[in-house]
Design a protein around this ligand. Structure first.
Ligand SMILES: [Zn+2]
Ligand SMILES: [Zn+2]
Length: 114
């Protein structure tokens, strides 16, 4: 068989759609089929909408997931911000009281010396 586009090229491959003989250079793989350029265009035109819709759906899904991730991140940030900041007065760790005791002790010692 000769390629329909290249009469000088021998081939044993055919377009899965129109059945015409085409060489490797002329055949395209579309949706798992080896088809000629003409049939490839037909397939893309016929199924283009479906393909576009699928791509659109995937885009929307990706966008949704992206927004979800951002929302989650914001939640984590908000939770971190809502967490009370460690402070000696607020946390009851006793550092403030200890500090007071040291100051009082020091003042007492100073007053005893003088
Ligand atoms: Zn074809
Ligand atoms: Zn060819």
């Amino acid at each position: 068989m000769k390629c329909k586009n290249h009469p000088q090229v021998d081939t044993d491959e055919v377009c899965n759609e129109c059945g015409n003989a085409f060489c490797d250079d002329c055949l395209l793989e579309i949706r798992g089929k080896n088809v000629c350029e003409y049939c490839a265009n037909e397939i893309i035109n016929n199924y283009g909408d479906e393909k576009e819709k699928k791509e659109q759906r995937e885009k929307e899904k990706a966008e949704e997931e992206r927004l979800k991730k951002i929302e989650q991140q914001q939640k984590v940030t908000a939770a971190a911000a809502a967490r009370p900041k460690p402070s000696c007065l607020g946390c009851g760790c006793g550092t403030f009281l200890l500090l007071c005791a040291i100051i009082i002790a020091a003042a007492t010692i100073i007053s005893l010396i003088t």
